[in-house]
Design a binder for this molecule. Structure first.
Ligand code: ADP
Length: 414
């Protein structure tokens, strides 16, 4: 049995912006079931504290870190036995907006400090300096926000092992030299074999360089990021660490995403009652003002509206799509120009195209259940979860054969 500290910047249902949150919830649950002693470490954003207050919240430590007063709080992942430790630093985390940017969509100006101090707290726990009577044997870090943890741990001879998982290499956690100088890091870290990246500081390099073991979220992506096309300038480093990297396919939470019991659906169904899937489609069509018809093929798309997700391809095909007898339901939020373009098309074809902008868990479940075809034309995709939800909901995923999409969606060859 291992003691595992699982450091993450988001975990469902406490806080979610993307797939990391889903995995940060389901992987620790699965590990706990396998008998591992795992605790999640998460920043205490306001929504998280609100959510946690309902589950039960207690203070377990108080400490000064880099001049900031930090209180460590304990709660549980709602509906599970997984312990979550919340790093409460009001100056950094008590803000509106999402974990990384403000309501205006711009990154917080001090993200380097926010996640540096968070990492320092992880380091203290990892070294058993907070008298918590619990020292991890493994620290599992996820994406750039936690990349500094393996770097900080490398400065100690007696330390737990570290694993760093790349959920998306495109987010490299880049900051200026000045930002680096503002952090209390060894000057020796400013080196291209450590944190320096073409004149900037890269948090993700902290994980890639210093973690004892690296994983990413699908076998194909583990290969792809070793080549310039998908390596985001880090492919050389990842090739260098080739013997310490594994691509392990993400799983999905089959309780949360189960059409037989999903509370978000108008009508539950399973493989024996597949006809009931149609009731969800008719209801969604009505709800969104589309022509109500079981026969018209309904195409769904859910995702962050960013270049990665292939939104340009969908927009480029829009004329063709609307000229055919089919419907398109889109849910997402992201870059303003995509939101604007989609809003315009929906206004132009109200009975054929429905666009819901923003984050909406219920609508996401309903789209998965109602669509005949799910579109996921990502340019690159580390793993991707929606195509797996589609498979579970009897919805045909049409995907670009790349990364985790290639590893999860197969053509029937006979
Ligand atoms: P990524 O992590 O790159 O955003 P994934 O496919 O791995 O992509 O995971 C995305 C997760 O976020 C899925 O659970 C998806 O349903 C959810 N999601 C994305 N956008 C929205 C949205 N606007 N509303 C609700 N859920 C969303």
């Amino acid at each position: 049995m291992h003691k595992i500290l699982f450091a993450t910047s988001e975990v469902y249902p406490l806080i979610k912006t993307g797939g990391l949150a889903d995995v940060a919830a389901s992987l620790p649950r699965a590990l706990l079931k396998l008998g591992q002693d795992i605790k999640i470490l998460l920043p205490a954003y306001p929504g998280v504290l609100e959510n946690a207050a309902m589950t039960g919240l207690k203070d377990i430590a108080q400490v000064d870190v880099e001049g900031y007063s930090v209180s460590l709080k304990q709660t549980r992942l709602p509906g599970t036995k997984v312990v979550v430790w919340l790093v409460d630093i009001p100056q950094f985390f008590e803000r509106p907006g999402n974990p990384y940017c403000g309501p205006d969509g711009n990154d917080w100006f001090d993200n380097h400090k926010r996640f540096y101090v968070f990492s320092r707290v992880a380091e203290l726990i990892a070294l058993d300096r907070l008298n918590l009577n619990w020292q991890p044997t493994i620290v599992h870090c996820n994406d750039w926000q936690t990349g500094l943890i393996p770097a900080l741990l490398s400065l100690h001879i007696k330390r737990p092992a570290s694993v760093f998982t790349v959920h998306n290499l495109a987010y490299r956690g880049l900051f200026s030299y000045q930002a680096f100088a503002e952090l209390n890091l060894p000057a020796a870290f400013w080196h291209h074999e450590r944190l320096e990246f073409y004149g900037q500081m890269s948090f993700i390099k902290g994980g890639l360089v210093f973690a004892d073991y690296l994983t990413t979220v699908s076998p194909s992506y583990a290969q792809e990021i070793q080549h310039p096309e998908f390596g985001c300038g880090l492919d050389g480093l990842i090739r260098y660490r080739n013997d310490a990297i594994a691509g392990i396919l993400n799983g999905v939470d089959t309780e949360e995403w189960n059409p037989g019991t999903d509370p978000h659906l108008v009508c539950n169904y399973n493989r024996r009652t597949l006809a009931n899937k149609t009731k969800n489609k008719l209801s969604l069509q009505e709800e969104l003002g589309l022509t109500i018809s079981a026969e018209i093929p309904l195409l769904g798309f859910i995702g962050r509206l960013v270049n990665q997700k292939g939104v340009d391809l969908i927009l480029a095909q829009m004329d063709q799509l609307v000229s055919q007898d089919c419907q398109l339901v889109i849910l997402g939020s992201g870059l303003p120009h995509y939101e604007q373009a989609l809003r315009k098309i929906a206004a132009q074809y109200p009975t054929k195209v429905a666009v819901t902008l923003g984050y909406n868990e219920t609508v996401a479940h309903r789209i998965e259940a109602s669509s005949d075809i799910f579109l996921m034309p990502s340019i690159f995709e580390p793993c991707g979860l929606n195509q797996m939800y589609s498979l579970r909901y009897g919805t045909l995923p049409v995907v670009h054969a790349v990364g985790g999409l290639r590893d999860t969606v197969f053509e029937e060859t006979q």
